[in-house]
Design a protein around this ligand. Structure first.
Ligand SMILES: *Cc1c(COP(=O)(O)O)cnc(C)c1O
Length: 363
């Protein structure tokens, strides 16, 4: 049975590195079950580390995180998609994202009915194309901030579509548009607001865009799509005990599609973990940059010549995987290594690819 190991010390290390970059507040983004790590556990961990704000992207996540960590402000980055969701936003006391005048109107009415004030940040769409006030609607955003007595607008933000891109032109363009939106808000007497635009890549590459806060997810996992120049530590390790160790004769096939044949008597370790657990499920998003694509091609090229990628680590020893990765099983070549059934095989994995039914262990 496979387990995803989450190294808390590494998460806290990465948090402290990001905090040391600037004065900007670091807001951990816990969407997608905290990138596969477990949102409630991470909410508690970061709350204990003194984080003031946690961000999520669905109302379900918001409710879970709110309950797990009552102290920090919880910022819901996506708009509520129905009246029911808006009610839940108000009921659980999280900070909403308001991306349209009508959205503000709805939230205000429901907050009034519940006799509470609802906190919200204004969302601007400066180029992501998802949601938010367009830059040309900044006046309307200012009106949304002023017209409703049950809303307390405390922040404003936008989201970069390509902060990892070449030269940062795209991010710079969006940042300039955002600054103009903020100017319109200020001219209308809205503010001062907490301003935040940067995700992980931007926080690393463009500290000049950090403003009051940065919203980071992948950097906390040490798995960024840009050069990891801060030395962030990778979080996530899949562990699975070896279930069998056998010796195969020369010329024996290993795995589906007959892609591997032993060239010598081969001692193999059978490891009952595979695609179904999220092992070696390629993450397309990792191949953003040409450099990464090249690296992948190089990896395949090396794999073609039987070099030791990918590998498992068993008892501190590196063992190349042989044959295709199966749904529930991989085979490691452990010839000459001291490996016995029950030994733990471990794999570097991006937690986002690890199946939700794989238990998480925090260490
Ligand atoms: C996912 C997300 C982030 C964090 O992105 P990373 O690149 O993982 O740091 C920040 N802001 C918004 C709005 C997001 O959706």
């Amino acid at each position: 049975m496979a387990t995803l190991v989450v190294q808390k010390d590494r998460l806290l290390y990465n948090l402290s590195v990001l905090r040391s970059l600037s004065e900007a507040e670091v807001i951990p983004v816990l969407k997608g079950n905290a990138y596969g790590l477990g949102d409630t556990e991470l909410a508690r961990l970061f709350a204990e580390a003194g984080v003031k704000t946690l961000a999520v992207s669905t109302i379900d996540e918001a409710e879970r995180v709110r309950e797990a960590a009552p102290e920090p402000e919880v910022l819901l980055l996506s708009p509520y998609r129905s009246e029911d969701e808006a009610r839940r936003v108000i009921a659980c006391g999280v900070t909403a994202a308001v991306g349209s005048y009508e959205g503000a109107e709805l939230l205000d009415r429901l907050a009034g009915e519940a006799d509470v004030e609802c906190r919200a940040h204004l969302a601007f769409d400066t180029g992501m194309g998802r949601f938010g006030f367009l830059p040309q609607e900044a006046q309307r955003a200012a009106a949304a901030a002023k017209d409703f007595k049950n809303l307390e607008i405390t922040g404003c933000f936008t989201h970069f579509s390509n902060s990892f891109g070449k030269k940062g032109e795209s991010a710079r363009r969006q940042f300039t548009l955002f600054e103009k939106c903020v100017q319109v808000l200020e001219e209308n007497g809205v503010g001062p607001l907490k301003k935040h635009v940067s995700n992980s890549a931007a926080a690393i590459l463009y500290p000049q865009f950090s403003l009051d806060a940065v919203r980071v997810g992948s950097a906390l996992l040490g798995r960024v799509s840009v050069l990891n120049k801060l030395g962030l530590k990778k979080v996530g390790r899949l562990e699975c005990p070896v279930c069998d160790v056998r010796t195969l004769p020369v010329g024996h096939n290993i795995g589906y599609a007959d892609t591997f044949r032993t060239k010598r008597p081969t001692q193999i370790a059978v490891i009952p973990a595979g695609y179904a657990d999220g092992l070696f499920v390629a993450k397309a998003a990792d191949t953003f940059r040409f450099r990464d694509i090249l690296r992948y091609v190089w990896r395949d090229f090396r794999a073609l010549f039987g070099k030791s990628i990918p590998t498992a680590k068993i008892g501190g020893q590196k063992a190349p995987l042989v044959g295709r990765v199966g749904m529930c099983c991989v085979i490691a070549d452990v010839t000459g290594l001291d490996v016995k059934p029950g030994d733990i095989a471990s794999f570097d994995v991006n937690p986002i690819t690890v199946s939700q039914r794989v238990p998480r262990r925090y260490e």
